[in-house]
Design a protein around this ligand. Structure first.
Ligand code: HEC
Length: 138
């Protein structure tokens, strides 16, 4: 009985260790995300993710882009963004339309791409996470 418990504890420790280790992001996800970025985001956010001063928010180094909580990011891509709120100390006057026509996997990949491009480094976004937010917005 005691041995079983120790064995189960060891499995649990291994699982937690595996979950907390940042799994590497595959090249195919990054390639797919880049393709979407180039066709749907580049015009405003620019090839270097720097945006356009006072017009389009930068994505490189943006605190919201690399935030642990991905819900806001997913909502921005689905619903668009024209709140004119202060973003990292600046205001941007352009309007970002929603991209709800993109599939869950496409939104996940483009967000994983912007979270891991330029100087950004953050965990991947999954299609399941996008699906959950999309369901809440309906
Ligand atoms: C028409 C121009 C335009 C396009 C195209 C566009 N955006 Fe945006 N984006 C903006 C603007 C403008 C803002 C800031 C909005 C505000 O201040 O209310 C913004 C904000 C954002 C933010 C929030 C940044 C922060 O720091 O809070 C993210 C994330 C983002 N865009 C991602 C994307 C992605 C991903 C795509 C492509 C699927 C995309 N955008 C396409 C103009 C655009």
């Amino acid at each position: 009985m005691k041995q079983t418990r120790i064995f189960l504890m060891m499995i649990l420790v291994c699982l937690v260790a595996k979950l907390s280790a940042q799994s590497p992001i595959s090249k195919s996800v990054m390639d797919n995300g880049k393709t979407i970025y180039l066709s749907r985001c580049l015009a405003c956010h620019q090839v270097d993710g720097g945006g356009v001063p006072r017009l389009n928010a930068p994505l490189d180094g943006a605190s919201a882009v690399i935030a642990a909580d991905k819900a806001k990011l997913i909502r921005i891509v689905l619903k668009g963004y024209s709140d004119r709120v202060e973003i990292d100390g600046e205001y941007y006057s352009n309007n970002m339309a929603g991209h709800a026509d993109l599939k869950d996997q496409q939104i996940a990949d483009v967000l994983t791409y912007i979270r891991n491009s330029w100087s950004n480094k953050a965990s991947a976004v999954t299609a399941a996470e996008v699906k959950a937010i999309r369901a809440k917005l309906k």
